[in-house]
Ligand binder design. Structure first.
Ligand SMILES: CC(C)(COP(=O)(O)OP(=O)(O)OC[C@H]1O[C@@H](n2cnc3c(N)ncnc32)[C@H](O)[C@@H]1OP(=O)(O)O)[C@@H](O)C(=O)NCCC(=O)NCCS
Length: 349
């Protein structure tokens, strides 16, 4: 069986920079608070009426396709990872497909939040390894600023997230020992509501088997978006930050070690760790635990915030463009996020 590799990678971030000071102008927060807790200095916001999750994905995909030395016509499958799709349905994959003139091929939308790129990479890897597809386009794109709460009530979530897109072409490689060595996926739905965007949704007013939301019962319809949800402004992402932090700092190292052990490596064998950019403090915690020097961990959350499914391809692409990853390097990707879901991928570049 052949291995698969990342044959081309690209990213796009919107032009508009939003600093912590800008946020402090609309909610009770400060540059000092945000930097101290998250490392974030600024993030990018997409331009409303001009950009969307799919359009940003297209821009990143065009670069990835060109760098892979193919054209859009050569792509034989699309995987689109996002938690901020253009529409509730259909998914953004078909919108990207239409915009890029790739009609007819399969388009799979996946919803694994911050682990979306790793989950997508694992799916693409299986398709390529089995010989089913030769050029899988994997996109991670997020338009968070569209659905955040810009009042003080939403400050713990809003301060963290930014917009952007990353894309990669996954292709077969004939080179022995090169490419994606393994991927590792995990989830624990016990924490589903700890980091979640619940309304509007088809939950029927019930937390699956746990507790009632307390929305008024009605016989037909209406639970997706009720007047009460609107009146309560119960329409924004919810995050229990400390709970997320606590699990992230355990699961990140665990899943990185799983990938290393599977392939007979130690942390010191890693040439570059590209963690999902959740929070700089989480990355630093993981880095210390694994004993990795600064030059072996790539972080750019300071400039882009947390771009969820887009964060790993954006960071990986920047690391490559800056010459920080070379041919033959051992690259580890790792993510943790809503679900909770987490995963890793080990790649011999
Ligand atoms: C979000 C996070 C930075 C919050 O930091 P924290 O120290 O845990 O803060 P808490 O949520 O407990 O809130 C502490 C106080 O700070 C306040 N606060 C929250 N966000 C704030 C902000 N942006 N500016 C100023 N104050 C803020 C809270 O309202 C709270 O105030 P109170 O004590 O008066 O009630 C931190 O929990 C975190 O990074 N968690 C991980 C989140 C993450 O990585 N998510 C993405 C996963 S993919």
């Amino acid at each position: 069986m052949v291995n698969s590799k990342i044959g081309g990678i690209g990213f796009y971030v919107p032009e508009k920079r939003v600093t912590n000071h800008d946020l402090a102008g609309v909610m009770d927060t400060s540059d000092e608070w945000i930097q101290e807790r998250t490392g974030i200095v600024e993030r990018r916001y997409a331009q409303k009426h001009k950009e969307s999750t799919a359009t940003m994905g297209v821009k990143a995909a065009e670069i990835a396709i060109e760098r892979a030395g193919i054209t859009a016509k050569d792509v034989d499958f699309i995987i689109f990872a996002t938690l901020s799709p253009d529409y509730y349905f259909p998914g953004s994959g078909v919108l990207l497909q239409r915009a890029m003139g790739m009609n007819g091929i399969g388009a799979l939308d996946i919803r694994n939040q911050c682990s979306g790129f790793i989950y997508g990479l694992s799916i693409a890897d299986q398709f390529v390894k089995t010989g089913m597809y030769k050029n899988v386009l994997l996109v991670g794109s997020e338009f968070h600023s569209c659905g955040l709460d810009f009042t003080t009530r939403g400050r713990n979530v809003t301060a963290i997230f930014g917009d952007g897109a990353g894309a990669a072409i996954i292709q077969p490689t004939e080179e022995e020992g090169k490419g994606i060595l393994s991927t590792h996926l995990h989830a624990d739905g016990e924490h589903a509501e700890k980091l979640a965007y619940i309304n509007p949704g088809c939950h029927g007013g019930v937390h699956l088997g746990t507790e009632k939301f307390g929305y008024p019962e009605q016989e037909f319809g209406g639970m997706w978006l009720t007047e009460k949800m609107i009146a309560d402004e119960d329409l924004y992402p919810h995050m229990e930050g400390k709970h997320v932090f606590k699990f992230a700092v355990v699961k990140f190292p665990e899943v990185i070690m799983e990938a290393l052990q599977k392939n007979g490596y130690q942390p010191e064998d890693i040439d570059m760790l590209v963690p999902h950019q959740a929070n700089l403090r989480i990355s630093q915690f993981v880095q210390r635990g694994l004993g990795l020097p600064d030059e072996k961990v790539y972080n750019n959350i300071q400039r882009y915030g947390n771009t969820t499914a887009a964060s790993i391809p954006i960071a990986l692409c920047e690391a490559l463009e800056e010459g920080k990853i070379k041919e033959g390097d051992l690259v580890c990707l790792a993510a943790f996020g809503s679900g909770f879901t987490w995963g890793s991928a080990l790649i011999r570049w």
